[in-house]
Ligand binder design. Structure first.
Ligand code: ADP
Ligand code: GLC
Length: 503
């Protein structure tokens, strides 16, 4: 089984969030189970610099009007996973962020940049570039959203498409005028195509034309079928219900292993938790806090965004300090929130620390050193920080939504069931609900034996990719045999209708 995994971010080559974690870990789990998987992503400067054994595989013909492109092959650092970087210097070789310039403004040519990624993916998957052809193209998030549409335009036999929604709120919507620049025929601009409230939507194109759609937790899959969480696409998702499923993300349990993590002041494990205390002292020192063993240390490592309730977390700091806790925030995002966390650190010296910016080592040190992790969210497709926290014996306070609801059980109200870590959960996205959950957490922190039992329960949960990689493989197998099923029952397959409409 050959799978081309198309994504904009892969840990450690390029990362702004959890998409990179998933893209850097799921392919490894697939390869271990015998899948011939290749990654395809843009040749950002950081990715070019870190790719192992890079070589120019081939120069690219003019694709979607872009000249001078090349495919650079290599491997993902620390693994044998083959990676293809789509090198188009005019599109990807620039200073600034993956999606934004140094001032935080979206790159004006994002539609062309990521349309090109999708076109190259479809060429590569069909063996038109390197003689390797895929059975499945697994495309992720709006950046690769044109892949399913472009594949649907190809004659059979062709690879099947799986599209994973990591976050329905990021849709890749652009003015109609970009149609001329992204290599998609004009007639696709209809409500039954990729038109979305007068714009071109890469995400809608993906949902409309993918052979199968997944998202990253079962609860988020259900939530996205409702107007409250559907971001305007719930109607289309309901139409595609039979081809839509939720598969819970896993974590890379080698990269996130407190027993071997090179970033930690001391390693520790469920068998010997003693190293967690020096990790706490190190975090307190790093963040300018008093070295106080008995003070509960509450951490927040996150994008500072509305989604993550970062505004509510900021409001909770005062109550936390008054309750005798310490608080550290590591993150970046909304400028007012960044300023707010820095201001809180000044207001409560020795009790509150804030680091604005992105630091992978600090994220690991926070997970190891904190007693509690705040992971509230207005919505959360999966969330990974609560899974890392569990592995590091740090209990999470979460809002019961999306993947948070699927992975964290409230230790005071829920009977632990299935693969869920002990933590604290609340329902309403409000300050008072968050504070009530925090109260319960702080009360339990005062009972060391009970706390230790919960830590060990959390650490013993298997959040690796084992189960979910198997689910993806089952899906790939089902889809690669799908043409026969479609021939038997064409009317029940909306993906096939879409392809017929497109041809
Ligand atoms: P999302 O992808 O919505 O931001 P996830 O919980 O799925 O949320 O993934 C976030 C990832 O980004 C985790 O690996 C987390 O450790 C990391 N992260 C978030 N902010 C920072 C930061 N400031 N520094 C380092 N890592 C961060
Ligand atoms: C998105 C979501 C997050 C998820 C991650 C990886 O960024 O916001 O919930 O964990 O993708 O799938």
């Amino acid at each position: 089984m050959r799978v081309l995994f198309v994504t904009s971010e892969v840990q450690p080559l390029a990362k702004t969030g959890g998409l990179a974690d998933v893209s850097g870990a799921l392919p490894i789990a697939l390869a271990r189970r015998g899948i011939d998987v290749r990654l395809l992503m843009p040749a950002y400067p950081g990715a070019l610099a870190q790719l192992k054994n890079p070589k120019i595989e081939t120069t690219l013909p003019v694709i979607a009007g872009v000249e001078g492109g090349a495919l650079i092959s290599g491997t993902l650092p620390g693994t044998g996973i083959p990676v293809w970087l789509v090198d188009a210097p005019a599109l990807f070789l620039r200073n600034g962020g993956l999606y934004q310039d140094e001032a935080g403004c979206e790159w004006p040519d994002n539609a062309q940049r990521f349309a090109f990624l999708s076109h190259v993916a479809v060429h590569a998957a069909q063996g038109k570039i390197c003689g390797w052809n895929a059975d499945i193209v697994h495309a992720n998030d709006w950046h690769a959203g044109l892949v399913p549409l472009l594949l649907s335009m190809q004659g059979r036999p062709r690879p099947s498409s799986v599209f994973t929604i990591h976050n329905l709120a990021y849709q890749g919507n652009f003015p109609r005028e970009v149609l001329a620049q992204i290599g998609v025929p004009e007639h696709y601009f209809s409500t039954d195509g990729l038109e979305f409230y007068g714009q071109v939507s890469f995400l809608k194109a993906a949902i409309r034309y993918a052979d199968h759609i997944t998202t990253v937790s079962p609860t988020y899959a259900r939530e996205t079928l409702t107007p409250e969480f559907g971001c305007g696409l719930d109607g289309l998702l309901r139409q595609r219900y039979g081809d839509y499923s939720g598969i819970l993300n896993g974590i890379d349990d080698a990269l996130w292993n407190p027993a071997t993590d090179p970033h930690l002041a001391r390693n520790f494990s469920p068998q010997d938790l003693s190293g967690k205390r020096p990790c706490k002292a190190a975090l307190q020192k790093d963040m300018g806090l008093e070295i106080a063993r008995e003070a509960p240390l509450v951490g927040f490592v996150s994008r500072f965004a509305h989604q993550k309730m970062a505004d509510v977390v900021l409001e909770a700091i005062r109550a936390l300090v008054e309750a005798g806790a310490q608080f550290v925030a590591v993150g970046e995002g909304d400028a007012a929130l960044e300023a707010g966390f820095v201001e809180a650190a000044h207001r409560y010296p020795g009790r509150v620390g804030a680091k604005i910016g992105y630091s992978e080592p600090l994220a690991h040190r926070l997970q190891a050193g904190a007693d509690l992790l705040l992971a509230p969210a207005r919505f959360e497709p999966c969330g990974l920080t609560q899974l890392y926290a569990a592995r590091y014996g740090t209990l999470s306070v979460v809002r019961r939504t999306g993947g948070l609801a699927d992975t964290i059980a409230d230790t005071t109200t829920d009977a632990p069931e299935g693969r869920m870590a002990a933590g604290f959960a609340f329902e309403e996205p409000s300050l008072s609900a968050l504070l009530k959950a925090l109260d319960r957490a702080l009360a339990l922190f005062g009972k060391p034996l009970a706390w230790r039992r919960l830590q060990l329960q959390a650490m013993s949960q298997d959040f690796s990719w084992n189960a979910s990689a198997t689910d993806y493989i089952a899906l790939y197998r089902m889809l690669s045999g799908k043409p026969r099923l479609i021939a038997a029952a064409p009317s029940s397959d909306s993906g096939d209708q879409a392809r017929q409409a497109a041809s």
